[in-house]
Write a protein that binds this ligand. Structure first.
Ligand code: AMP
Ligand code: MG
Length: 275
């Protein structure tokens, strides 16, 4: 097995163009077996918890996970099953929906900037500024010239964020058209999932190819060294959780946070406590 799952899943823009259609949503790169993933997951969760604890204690740097993907791709499930095992005190989760009237009065990065994680935290974006070059592009919600300028604005913004010691990790959860149908059907059939069903998701399915192109373009233009895109095949939910946990673990290991070691006169303090 290769050392880093990140190397297998990082979106490579080789001939000037990344094509999402070339990634198999049912693949499980780097994983030997389903059993292995089930065995690894609790270990990874424990390792993630410890790394996060150090990040929090150190209080100097932050991690930002940007989660994107089609409806039912598993953004919520990833947050529950991977992020749910972190210490909630150091986690800041933000979901981005259709902009509110107040948000509309500002530039598209305004609401993003306000929700960046503070030092020591792990920030999670459930959708993000990328919606402004995805749904907005697919549905012509802004003039094309405006959308075209946004890719550079995003890159500049992310570079600035990275320079504030916030490590950005962008993950695209990639499912197939058929898998989406199955998941929408599950939502209809299962009374415990019905609340998540939104007929609008069926309308959006008609734009599947346009979304795939918009994703390919966003990943092509906004894959940078300081804010890489990872494409996680997500038809298999166990693989998805395993892979996202690995990506976070590898990234936190690279950040290598440390517990602060304040200079304390331990013998004197112990003596005081014993007195
Ligand atoms: P959900 O993630 O299922 O709660 O749905 C949120 C919805 O808000 C999705 O349909 C997104 O495409 C939409 N959305 C998020 N950001 C924007 C944006 N900037 N402009 C238009 N729609 C957006
Ligand atoms: Mg939805």
């Amino acid at each position: 097995m290769p050392k880093q799952i990140r190397d297998l899943l990082r979106a490579e823009v080789s001939d000037g163009r990344f094509r999402l259609a070339e990634v198999d949503p049912a693949a499980t790169p780097g994983l030997k077996s389903h059993k292995r993933a089930l065995k690894d997951l609790p270990k990874h969760q424990a390792q993630l918890f410890e790394l996060q604890e150090k990040l929090y204690a150190e209080h100097k740097r932050a991690l930002l996970l940007v989660l994107q993907g089609m409806d039912t791709s598993g953004k919520d499930g990833t947050i529950t099953h991977v992020i749910g095992h972190l210490n909630p005190q150091g986690v800041k989760i933000t979901g981005f929906k259709q902009p509110t009237p107040e948000e509309k009065r500002h530039g598209f990065l305004w609401r993003i900037r306000r929700n960046l994680p503070p030092s020591g935290d792990v920030g999670i974006f459930n959708r993000s500024h990328y919606e402004d070059v995805l749904v907005v592009r697919v549905h012509d919600l802004a003039p094309l010239s405006v959308i075209e300028r946004r890719y550079d604005l995003i890159n500049r913004f992310e570079k600035q964020v990275a320079s504030q010691r916030i490590k950005i990790v962008k993950v695209c959860l990639h499912i197939s058209y058929d898998e989406q149908r199955n998941r929408l059907m599950d939502r209809l059939k299962d009374p415990s999932k019905r609340w998540k069903f939104n007929e609008h998701d069926i309308d959006e399915r008609a734009y599947w190819d346009d979304y795939q192109s918009a994703y390919s373009l966003a990943i092509t233009r906004c894959s940078t060294l300081y804010a890489p895109w990872y494409v996680v095949p997500s038809n298999d939910k166990t693989y998805r959780n395993w892979a996202v946990a690995r990506i976070l673990m590898e990234t936190l290991q690279e950040i290598d946070p440390n517990y602060p070691q304040p200079k304390l006169n331990i013998p004197r303090l112990l003596k005081r406590l014993r007195a």
